[in-house]
Design a binder for this molecule. Sequence first.
Ligand code: MRU
Length: 366
Amino acid sequence: MRVNGAQYRTVWLENGVVKMIDQPKLPHAFSIASLRTCEETAQAIRVMVVRGAGAIGAAAGFAMAQAALAAQTKSREEFGRSVEQAAALVRKTRPTAQNLFYAVERVLGATNGLEPEKAARAAVVEAQAIADEDASACQKIGEHGEALLEKKTRMLTHCNAGWLAFVDWGSALSPVYAAQRSGKAPFVWVDETRPRCQGAALTSWELGQEGVRHAIIADNAAGFFFSRGEVDIAIVGADRIAANGDVANKIGTYEKALLAREHGVPFYVAAPLSTIDFGCPDGGAIPIEERGEDEVLYASGLLDSGTQGRVRLAPKGASARNPAFDVTPAKLIAGIITPYGVVKPSRLRDAVPSRRQALSGPARTR
Ligand code: MRU
């Protein structure tokens, strides 16, 4: 990703300090947050300084590495207790994104059976590998997904599944960036994505940095553009994919999938394998985060005074419900764009490396 001409990742580890693009400040200010301890990094995940499945996963891995580094001079027993406590803390930050749990288990596993000092080094190496794999998986998603985009395709996306939601490249937006580079000049309809407006604030900003043509639409305007034949394809990201191909993604995704079905528009999901939870039989078993009601009762942004703040939308005393994700059933999904090709949701296991030999070549739907 390039921000104002400079190369960045969304989250990285530098001398034991986790650095991340401070996402709540975007698009009005670009700054880097520095988190010195596992506790600080966990808190940054909780309050969404970093958000998006892949970026959360990388941050969780780095948080675990920080915990291991902090405990490396302890006895073997104390070291074990410290990293288990850190894992419990990180697991509690956000419940839906599978990548978080994937990263915590991987880093824990890397420390298993090693002396504390060696284990800490192994934790850092593993956390870095998770971040690097996330970036390269997303790049491959772009290569496969690009084949689904013709010249000047008008694609609809929901929330932010671009590079800000991963370490680099993104999932749903990676095919767009590949298409842009190959001269296809794609156009993106960007759902604003209330209540936190990741579409209006983050996706629009990212696409602007990459020079991609796009328009933000109110969440309730999508049906209008579908009905007028102005949407050629929909591609969204995923926070967790169940074994049967049901997909949890940002609230509002399900109704976009229904609109796509009604209007004969193909609806795709893009995700690395670290988002798939084969232990979860179907979408009903995916834990759905419910967030505070203030996100619905207020809107946040840049005030006329030039400072960032929030304004109240709802009458005093009003209450709200705020589920952060919904589940789109597999039957509404044309294909899942993975780093190994495009698979039917019912054939999800075909995307797993041991079974993927037959999947070489771009964008084949099986
Ligand atoms: O609550 P967030 O911002 O962490 O939600 C994640 C998302 O941005 C979307 O659901 C996205 O499409 C999937 S994450 C790649």
